[in-house]
Design a protein. Structure first.
Length: 315
């Protein structure tokens, strides 16, 4: 049997699609095709798909909300797994806090709304964050007004390691830092995790989430096809060395005159220069995206001597 036949036999007839266009699954709306595509709806689906890819020795790519991915290839080799494993479960209910299990495919927007309804504080400042918990842990997603990481309330997590075995780790294992978790190095997969959330007045939590959303709308492009902040901010050392007023990569891109510039359907946002928007009605050409990213890096390097590093996952 060929690879498609083996995947179909293992994961379910008609559930594995060949040459699947990912346009509708990626928020940047690039024209990218998955060699093989599978949607995991349960924890068992997710584990089986990853383990099968490992057994067949083919690469696999995880997609949650598709919001922090820049697909620069016309075709992604191997198995693309769309993670729809969505589970929110109360584990422990104490007077001052609740501990909840959140799965990797659970969307952050829904999580914010559900936890606010229950009066569980910890995620309210992430209102409007696209994507799912799996990507948020992998990237250590944050909000800066006030500074808050999605990973802050994490107690423990279940990971699938390189050998395809499940293991449970504590929060310390992740070595969380700015835009970083250990998963970027180990390539382990976050399956689900337990979070401790402080009990608070739902009305207060709702007001805080509302303020966050208002700030997002004022400072970031809203309702546009974008994958979020494209580049990581520069280090405090580079900021001080260059005597810059901010560490924002968007500031650097603006200063080199790239704001509102574009290649093909891809344009740098006039609202925030660290956002690349797909303005086209049709699927964006990946070659145009690559060209725009190249121009941004070259201009920033020429003016500031800084090599910008992508914050998004480039596949």
């Amino acid at each position: 049997m060929n690879t498609h036949e083996i995947l179909s036999e293992t994961l379910g007839k008609d559930r594995v699609l060949a040459d699947k266009n990912l346009f509708s699954y990626l928020t940047l709306r690039t024209s990218t095709v998955a060699e093989y595509f599978f949607e995991a709806h349960t924890k068992e689906d997710l584990l089986l798909a990853i383990r099968t890819a490992k057994k067949l020795n083919i690469p696999f790519t995880m997609i949650g909300g598709g919001s922090n991915i820049a697909a620069t290839k016309n075709k992604i080799p191997g198995l693309v797994i769309k993670n729809n494993y969505a589970n929110l479960e109360l584990i422990k209910d104490e007077k001052e806090y609740a501990e909840v299990l959140v799965s990797s495919g659970y969307t952050i927007t829904l999580l914010v709304n559900k936890t606010i309804e229950k009066g569980w504080g910890g995620f309210e400042h992430h209102e409007g964050l696209p994507g799912t918990m799996g990507g948020a842990i992998y990237m250590n997603s944050k909000w800066t007004h006030p500074w808050s990481y999605v990973s802050d309330p994490l107690i423990s997590a279940n990971l699938l390691d390189a050998s395809g075995e499940l293991k449970t780790v504590t929060r310390d294992y992740f070595n969380f830092a700015y835009d970083y978790s250990i998963l970027q190095k180990t390539h382990e997969v976050f399956i689900d995790g337990v979070f401790r959330l402080e009990k608070k007045d739902p009305a207060i939590l709702k007001e805080q989430s509302h303020e966050t959303m208002l700030y997002r709308r004022q400072t970031q492009p809203f309702g546009e096809a974008t994958c979020g902040c494209f580049f990581r901010n520069i280090s405090k050392e580079d900021q001080d060395r260059l005597q810059l007023p901010t560490s924002s990569s968007g500031y650097l891109i603006d200063q080199v005159g790239m704001k509102n510039k574009g290649v093909g359907a891809f344009v740098i946002s006039p609202v925030h220069a660290n956002f690349i928007i797909n303005t086209g009605k049709m699927e964006g050409n990946t070659a145009d995206l690559l060209q725009l990213v190249k121009e941004i890096k070259e201009k920033v390097s020429q003016k500031f001597g800084i090599q910008l590093v992508e914050e998004v996952v480039v596949v």
